[in-house]
Design a protein around this ligand. Structure first.
Ligand SMILES: Nc1ncnc2c1ncn2[C@@H]1O[C@H](COP(=O)(O)OP(=O)(O)OP(=O)(O)O)[C@@H](O)[C@H]1O
Ligand SMILES: [Mg+2]
Length: 379
């Protein structure tokens, strides 16, 4: 039996706005589930329905086998941390963390014990007598998490809890949050539109678009075997290169906007067998920038390797790496390469990649074409 089970959940807001369509997800105890997707895709709506802050239009929710659709928020054994974590300004860190236990009427010994435990978990033990105004943004965020943890809810819900923090603090708090999950054995459902948070925190990621689940998988699966074009292009920075093309005689030909061929390369056999229907086009190849390499001079190219000369149109130097943009007869591609050699704008380079590292999708419905050799799963 799954710990938390969401079955065919739909949400239609007044005015007939359908925000969530047939959302199905089984969550095990101790999982760290991250819902990720662009703004407006329905992430917060799903979380708010679990919390009981938003009514469910259709579907069922079960916690440890018990249906909880109709329970009041306070009876749901869930705790929620919001983006704008409102702490009580007139209460100390100690009082803020213990607040939910105080209103529950727990005795002071028990509250004290719990505040001691939780404040150590969120690393705020040394600040128990401070007021929120004397804390940094990250410290306040940790108090808010501590307040939710103190409740010992069965599920901890978090809606973009790090988005008010600056980049450095975000990274630090991310690491702390991950450790907190490991140490507290709490089941977490976390919402973000930040793919780095999703990749680094999740045990499983749920990618959403326009109210629908696009893919559920471990960060490794999502990155290495994206189920469709949406997931492939949403996760990965710089984004995956997507090149339209056709497949004939085991060979992929990439096309530019005017449908002119720009390069060709042999495909691995396990892909070719699924490509019979794409002789005239309609297939999209996805190749991640880190798999598009730059060679000095022209090298030996054989098998499933593709190579072409292209001008570096622009680049970004990110310290250890370059993101280089190439324009191959109107086909724009990005390569992520080590910054050991200096890249010059306008200079021609030999670009090389292996079709064995590529992902293939049907252009019409966006789904992954079977038979990939890149990863672990067949979607
Ligand atoms: N109370 C409401 N009434 C009507 N429509 C709503 C309401 N709340 C949200 N929506 C709509 O439902 C859709 C999903 O909203 P939701 O807040 O769940 O998105 P989100 O994925 O959390 O986005 P963001 O990343 O911007 O927070 C959006 O189109 C939004 O406009
Ligand atoms: Mg939201």
């Amino acid at each position: 039996m799954p710990y938390l089970s969401l079955k065919n959940i739909n949400k239609i807001y007044p005015g007939n706005v359908q925000a969530v369509f047939d959302f199905n997800l089984d969550i095990e105890e101790d999982e760290f589930i991250v819902l990720v997707g662009p703004s407006g895709c329905g992430k917060s709506t799903v979380l708010r329905m679990i919390a009981g802050l938003e009514e469910i239009s259709a579907g069922d929710m079960f916690l440890q086998g018990k249906r909880f659709n109709n329970l009041a928020p306070s009876d749901r054994e869930v705790a929620m941390v919001f983006q704008d974590y409102a702490l009580y300004g007139n209460m100390t860190v100690y009082q803020n963390i213990g607040f939910s236990l105080t209103i529950r009427g727990e005795n002071t010994d028990r509250i004290h014990k719990r505040v001691m435990e939780v404040s150590k978990t969120v690393d705020m033990f040394d600040y128990l007598n401070r007021f929120p105004k004397a804390l940094s943004g990250g410290q306040r965020q940790r108090v808010a998490m501590g307040r939710s943890l103190a409740k010992q809810a069965k599920v901890l819900l978090m809606d973009e809890p790090l988005s008010n923090l600056d980049a450095k603090l975000r990274q630090q708090t991310r690491i702390e949050l991950s450790a907190l999950h490991r140490n507290s054995n709490t089941t977490i459902v976390y919402v973000t539109h930040d793919q780095i948070e999703a990749m680094t925190l999740a045990t499983r990621i749920v990618v959403m678009s326009e109210g629908r689940i696009q893919q559920v998988g471990t960060p490794y699966e999502i990155y290495n075997a994206p189920a469709n074009i949406f997931t492939a292009s949403f996760i990965g920075m710089p984004p995956i290169n997507l090149i339209r093309g056709r497949v004939e005689n085991g060979q992929f030909t990439g096309l530019n906007k005017n449908n002119e061929p720009v390069f060709s390369g042999m495909l691995p056999q396990n892909i070719v067998q699924h490509c019979a229907g794409y002789r005239e086009g309609g297939i999209v190849m996805g190749i991640r920038p880190e798999n598009m390499l730059i060679m000095q001079g022209s090298g030996e190219v054989s098998g499933s390797k593709v190579s072409f000369g292209a001008k570096a149109e622009s680049f970004e130097l990110l310290g250890a790496e370059y993101n280089v943009t190439f324009n191959l007869n109107g086909c724009i591609m990005q390569s992520r390469v080590s910054a050991r050699e200096e890249i010059k704008r306008g200079k021609s380079y030999e670009v090389i990649f292996d079709t064995d590292k590529a992902h293939f999708f049907d252009e019409k419905n966006g789904s992954r074409i079977q038979g990939h050799s890149t990863g672990v799963i067949e979607c």
